[in-house]
Design a binder for this molecule. Structure first.
Ligand SMILES: Nc1ncnc2c1ncn2[C@@H]1O[C@H](COP(=O)(O)OP(=O)(O)OP(=O)(O)O)[C@@H](O)[C@H]1O
Ligand SMILES: [Mg+2]
Length: 490
């Protein structure tokens, strides 16, 4: 019933390219070289089963496995009508492919165990219908990042540790094809003429592609996997990223509508923390979020989500973060959340924080709270605002209440290392005070870093009055006391 399936055993001629034009989502790698077309029954059997001394081929993804897979894949492409395949839903398409592959395997007398055959079928279905070798990685929820450096090297980050996998792409052309497939789903394009592209997978994962000639060893694909179940503050407490007293301080900070900057290195958990803090926004507040790629998951009903847009191929139509933040101000927001502050939008965010949008938040890349302040200052200076340094600093002091520093430690764990208040100016210098620090005091036998969140002895933070206004001063006092006693037990 389906396409040219009945013709498999007769070695059909390849249809004209126009007749096979499939949808972008199902375009497989370009057609096979003539030599690798489907073999007849007369051809010698392709040995897939490894000699007994070797581990199963499907486990090690050996050269032989890839050779057999390529042969069968090429035969499959010769045998199916991709345009028709594109009409089917995923489950039926998978079923069809399985039937044809099974037929090819028997015609070509490929020797393989049931398990190997199942593995091969899975791989081929992923190639034709999904994101090929990436599929098994995308299906895992314990992976936070997937990093593909050309066809042969795929790294993942699991539990804060980066590891090399045995996943490989057939060649850079297949990898490029998959990159193209990913970005085309959000209406973008990546090729030699526009080799850098940001996109998103349908599940919300953040994707970056940089292709040759800019990346020298083949296309480079980076995916920040979208966690279906976002971490909550309780999870961070459970992981030891913050102590429960520290989490109580963050709750007061969130509920009492402090303006917060979350600072940290790349992958340190800034967005996760921002997402946790948005949990303290009241249900009736109008919130506008601005992000480069929507990652935040706010639970409140009155949220407007905005996303920036890169320029099109003619270099037009770009909408920057600054455009979004400025536009926000005309949308009657009660709080503004900026996914990542990295340019002149810093000025607009500070202005917003300063003009009645209390409880606004943003993240930025910096290695310490002090560095976060100087980065903010340089973003404003480099944005072309002709303001004296002192004025910029005064603006920062008037706007930012609390800086939370996130860090990914060398053992891969993530910790909140500082909760710091911005309290004022002395001369030309911004004065800050830490409420909480993370003190490292060694390593356990497994190499995991041991440490403790300690208070710094501050009993009346600068946002005390604000907490009092929201009826939270008792909670704040209790959390500070608990922090202090945790520190004195060390
Ligand atoms: N405290 C934590 N404990 C364990 N895993 C965490 C923690 N915080 C974040 N993660 C995980 O680490 C990964 C990176 O987190 P996140 O996206 O929040 O980092 P980021 O600092 O915003 O990164 P980037 O700089 O790339 O934007 C995610 O997979 C997230 O689930
Ligand atoms: Mg982030």
């Amino acid at each position: 019933m389906f396409g040219k399936r009945s013709a498999v055993s007769e070695l059909p001629a390849r249809p004209a390219a126009s007749a096979r034009a499939p949808s972008p989502a199902t375009v497989p790698v370009p057609g096979p070289p003539a030599a690798s077309r489907l073999a007849t029954k007369a051809e010698p059997a392709v040995p897939l089963s490894a000699p007994p001394t070797k581990p199963p081929l499907s486990d090690v993804r050996s050269e032989d496995y890839y050779a057999v897979k390529t042969t069968i894949f090429n035969a499959l492409i010769d045998s199916i009508d991709l345009a028709q395949l594109a009409q089917l839903d995923a489950a039926s398409a998978r079923e069809e492919i399985r039937d044809i592959v099974n037929e090819i395997i028997s015609i070509k007398s490929v020797v393989m165990s049931i398990a190997e055959q199942e593995h091969l079928l899975q791989d081929i279905c992923n190639d034709v219908l999904g994101y090929g070798p990436l599929e098994p990685l995308l299906a895992r929820d314990d992976i936070s990042d997937i990093m593909v450096n050309g066809a042969d090297r795929v790294f993942i980050e699991v539990g804060g540790k980066v590891q090399l996998t045995d996943i490989r792409f057939r060649d850079n052309a297949q990898l490029m094809n998959i990159c193209q497939r990913i970005v085309s789903q959000v209406g973008r394009r990546v090729d030699e003429s526009s080799p850098i592209c940001d996109a998103r997978l349908l599940d919300g994962s953040r994707v970056n592609v940089i292709a040759p000639p800019l990346s020298l060893d083949g296309p480079t694909l980076t995916i920040r996997k979208f966690k279906k179940d976002k971490l909550k503050l309780e999870d961070l407490v459970r992981f030891g990223s913050i102590s429960s007293a520290g989490a109580n301080i963050l709750k007061v900070v969130g509920h009492s509508r402090c303006n917060v900057l979350i600072s940290g290195g790349t992958g340190s958990g800034k967005t996760t923390l921002l997402n946790c803090l948005t949990g303290f926004i009241e249900q009736d507040e109008r919130v506008v979020t601005c992000e480069d790629a929507a990652e935040l998951q706010l639970q409140q009903p009155h949220v407007v989500r905005l996303e920036t847009r890169p320029p099109n191929l003619e270099g037009q139509g770009q909408i920057t973060m600054r455009d979004l933040v400025r536009n926000c101000l005309r949308m009657r927001p009660e709080r503004i959340i900026v996914g990542e502050v990295r340019g002149p939008e810093a000025f607009d965010l500070l202005q917003a924080m300063n003009t009645g949008h209390d409880g606004s938040m943003g993240t930025l890349h910096a290695n310490s709270p002090r560095e976060a302040l100087s980065r903010l200052e340089s973003m404003i200076t480099m944005g072309g605002f002709q303001l004296p340094t002192r004025t910029i600093r005064e603006m920062i002091v008037a706007s930012i209440d609390v800086i939370i520093q996130a860090e990914r430690l060398r053992d891969g764990s993530r910790r909140i290392t500082h909760v710091t208040e911005v309290i004022g100016m002395e001369g030309d210098v911004i004065i800050t005070q830490d409420l909480l620090n993370y003190e490292i005091n060694g390593e356990d036998e497994a190499g995991r870093i041991k440490g403790i969140h300690v208070g710094t002895g501050i009993v009346r933070p600068a946002f005390w009055e604000r907490a009092r206004y929201y009826g939270l001063e008792a909670d704040l006092a209790e959390a500070l006391d608990d922090l202090q006693s945790a520190g004195s037990l060390r």
